[in-house]
Design a protein around this ligand. Sequence first.
Ligand SMILES: [Fe+2]
Length: 308
Amino acid sequence: MKSFEPGIGMTTNKAPYIEEVRGGDALFIEQPYELYSEANHDVWRRLYSRMLPQWEKYANEYFMQGIDNLVMDPGRVARLDEVSEKLQKLTGFRAKAVAGYIPAYKFFEALRNRVFPTTITIRDAEDIEYLPEPDIFHDIAGHVPMHTDQAFADTLVRFGDAAHTAAEMCASMPDEEARVRCMTSVIKAMARFFWFTVEFGLMKAKDGSGLKVYGSGILSSYGEIEYSIEAPEAQRYPAQLEWMVNQYFEIDKYQPLYFIVDSFDHLFALTDELIVWMKEGKLNNVSPGEPHISEADLRSFMEAGATL
Ligand SMILES: [Fe+2]
């Protein structure tokens, strides 16, 4: 392994460390904390300080509780080992660094083992408003506070179970073509359900005072958090599994449509139902369209299925 100058930077798409480790065999990598530059820390500080009032206004109470429990430094990029130490005591989850994209099955399998694959690069100051790919602010400040809640954490494990069931079920199909067709449809259904819940979900406020945000894609977006709750043109409907698994989505604009759950127990029950539907074959032919299922994601499920 090459050594890098401290403070060289861990900026999205411009991090020499990531270039070096990407393509290696290891799924999980180290977080070389000394490589973050002052500019990286400054971006974290700016993102955090402007999100805080928005979180106080729009985030669900479990998220705010999570922010309190994790005691992150608002002025410095989070350290994964410190976050994991606190998180593990609460729900058994840990945040472990990855070099970027990991194949979908590996991601869900990690969730099943209470490991959250975490991006460690941080967006460039120029992209402070929006970055389509995850960065450490999205993953740690957007996702991880939710993982401190038991019911939510258990739901993520159920997502892992769903992927396991999918791989196993499609592997039992008689021929290669049927396996690919089944797997592509089931992964699409899962990706859509994940998107409309974990990434962009809304929930009823506990005290009955309207809606709150729990989706991490919204919790890490300065503009969308307000839009998702306030914009008259955004559509907000009670979560319906049959709709979510058949609804396409786009990742590069504010969402036109959000689904509302009553509670995390409700979300857990929906995830259970997803698995029941999967076993019944009800997800084998969902409507076409986004998201596109990549060859690598498909292969990851097929390979897992072959070994189960
Ligand atoms: Fe995310």
